[in-house]
Design a protein. Structure first.
Length: 261
């Protein structure tokens, strides 16, 4: 077991990237400097979700120094919304100032089909839990009015336009999982203003804002949400569909990093 700061041996990335289910393709574009299993790092939990290898990779993406979490730990694994607190605190300790989060999601918006990518502009957390439960200091009262950094959103949108990539913008609603939502829940989500639903990201956004990092977050749409089409949902479908939007999102992220913020 080593601390992240020791494992990185002086490497100081300012940008961290969290890759969701099936988005591991981004790793192929990284000029890798080092790789570390979550299991070998102090304060890091281990993940059991197929499609998530839970590894830390450092290196350069298009010339920009990055630290990448290939996989994350989800609330639904142990019922711990703060599961990613240790890793995010470790990122802070090595000097990371901005966090780019990605996930796979179901779309509640008929105009945003599978293969689409969406920039998250806001979220809905009606899960009843919060990763800051138990935090004793007044820092727990984190403002989320501008949780998704406007300058970062602008930078990504500019590059999407130049690349000719359609980048949807919308609201992500966090569900605990691991079961998928019901059609009735999706109807409510849509009526409340959600464009996409998923089982991750929101706890990390809250923790990252608690730690004063700038946040950008993206969903890759792998399916229409429950009840919007005839069929049943599955994690196999998520894994199969994620690389389609994932490829566009990888290009967008790597170009934006190159151009800088
Ligand atoms: N719901 C929740 N999480 C998801 C979905 C979904 O429809 N698709 C991919 N992740």
């Amino acid at each position: 077991m080593t601390s992240l700061i020791d494992a990185l041996n002086g490497f100081q990335p300012e940008t961290a990237l969290v890759l969701g289910s099936g988005l591991g393709g981004v790793v192929d574009s990284i000029d890798v400097k080092s790789r570390h299993s979550f299991a070998d790092l102090e304060g890091f939990p281990t993940s059991s979700v197929s499609g998530h290898s839970a590894e830390v990779i450092t290196g350069a993406l298009n010339g920009h120094k990055v630290i990448v979490f290939s996989g994350r730990v989800h609330y639904y694994e142990q019922g711990d919304a703060a599961a990613m607190r240790g890793p995010l605190e470790a990122l802070k300790s090595v000097g990371v100032i901005r966090l780019i989060l990605t996930n796979s999601a179901g779309s509640t918006n008929p105009d945003m089909g599978p293969g689409s990518i969406m920039q998250i502009k806001d979220h809905i957390n009606f899960s009843g839990t919060n990763p800051l439960f138990g935090e004793p200091t007044d820092k727990r009262f984190v403002g989320l009015t501008t949780a998704y950094s406007k300058p970062l959103r602008k930078a990504f949108r500019k590059q999407a336009k130049q690349l000719g990539i359609k980048l949807h913008r919308g609201v992500y609603m966090w569900f605990s999982g691991p079961s998928f939502e019901t059609p009735a829940e999706i109807k409510i989500a849509r009526n409340m203003g959600a464009d996409a639903v998923g089982m991750s990201t929101v706890p990390e956004v809250i923790l990252a804002r608690f730690l004063d990092m700038d946040v950008a977050a993206f969903s890759v749409v792998t399916n229409y949400a429950a009840g919007m089409t005839g069929g049943e949902l599955s994690h196999t479908e998520t894994k199969e569909m994620a690389p389609q939007g994932g490829e566009k999102l990888s290009r967008l992220i790597s170009t934006t990093l190159k151009e800088g913020f």
